[in-house]
Design a protein around this ligand. Structure first.
Ligand SMILES: NC(=O)c1ccc[n+]([C@@H]2O[C@H](COP(=O)([O-])OP(=O)(O)OC[C@H]3O[C@@H](n4cnc5c(N)ncnc54)[C@H](OP(=O)(O)O)[C@@H]3O)[C@@H](O)[C@H]2O)c1
Length: 239
């Protein structure tokens, strides 16, 4: 096991995930760049290394059991302290509940929720060996039922797939926190705000670096930090 803190970021080849990897790397950590495309992964690893980050590639499709198992095996010797479940998809349009294709909902849940469970459970044996294990699940305020019900207009388009997938992820994360309450593992949800990335065709008004900040905060929580919470840069987000 390395003395150095080791992190794995899923979907780290672009967008917020890339900036989370860059930010954790700037702390002097070794960062596994989880990505499903070999080409995109290697390009990101090279770019991070050129910026001085101790980055290494981790082939990882979060929807594929064999890929996730292989990723855990790849990390076995190195160890793992921090897991950032960042990879997600929106599922495209239309997503209005009255017209959505159930297959789209299934695909989005498979990536955004089951993918997180798949990766987390594969990595848990490694995290349990760490002295400061942290799990960060990237969620979104669009998954907040309180904010959706308040109808402020700040909760994105009507969606039967993406927004509910984040509500589901929030609920699952709370259950992880309850089960892991008597361990050193802190598991929390982060909302990056509305960030200009491929996910929203670059319509967001925040930069990926700004979006990464909450993940960096939750990845570096002290031992007495919160667990089972949902946070953005301003503090707790309503469920
Ligand atoms: N952007 C926003 O305004 C915003 C707001 C709230 C929450 N978020 C959340 O922040 C996180 C990052 O979003 P982003 O905006 O940076 O999105 P993005 O630019 O579209 O990046 C998503 C990443 O996830 C990867 N990915 C998707 N499916 C995958 C799979 N099956 N296996 C492995 N990797 C997979 C993508 O890889 P490929 O390149 O191979 O597709 C990409 O690296 C997501 O959880 C998102 O829901 C974003």
């Amino acid at each position: 096991m390395s003395e150095k803190t080791i992190a794995l970021v899923t979907g780290a080849n672009k967008g917020i995930g890339y900036e989370i990897a860059a930010g954790l790397g700037a702390l002097g950590w070794a960062v596994g760049v989880g990505a499903r495309s070999a080409e995109r992964r290697e390009t990101a690893v090279e770019k991070l290394r050129a910026a001085g980050v101790d980055a290494f590639g981790v082939p990882l499709d979060v929807t594929d059991d064999a890929s996730v198992t292989a990723a855990a095996a790849l990390l076995e010797e190195r160890g793992l302290d921090v897991l950032v479940n960042n990879a997600a998809i929106t599922g495209g349009v239309p997503q209005e509940p009255t017209v959505v294709d159930p297959a789209v909902v299934r695909t989005v849940i498979d990536t955004n929720v089951l993918g997180v469970i798949r990766v987390t459970n594969a990595m848990l044996p490694l995290l349990r060996r760490s002295s400061a294990p942290r799990i960060v699940n990237m969620s979104s305020s669009v998954g907040s039922l309180t904010l959706q019900s308040a109808n402020t207009g700040a909760t994105g388009p009507i969606s039967a797939a993406y927004a509910p997938s984040k509500t589901f992820l929030n609920a699952v994360t709370v259950q992880y926190a309850k089960e892991l309450a008597d361990t050193d593992i802190l598991i929390n949800l982060g909302c990056p705000g509305y960030v200009a990335t491929d996910l929203n065709h670059f319509s967001g008004y925040r930069t990926p670096t700004q979006g990464a900040a909450i993940a960096l905060h939750l990845a570096t929580l002290p031992a007495d930090g919160p667990t089972g919470g949902f946070f953005d840069d301003a503090g707790p987000v309503a469920w």
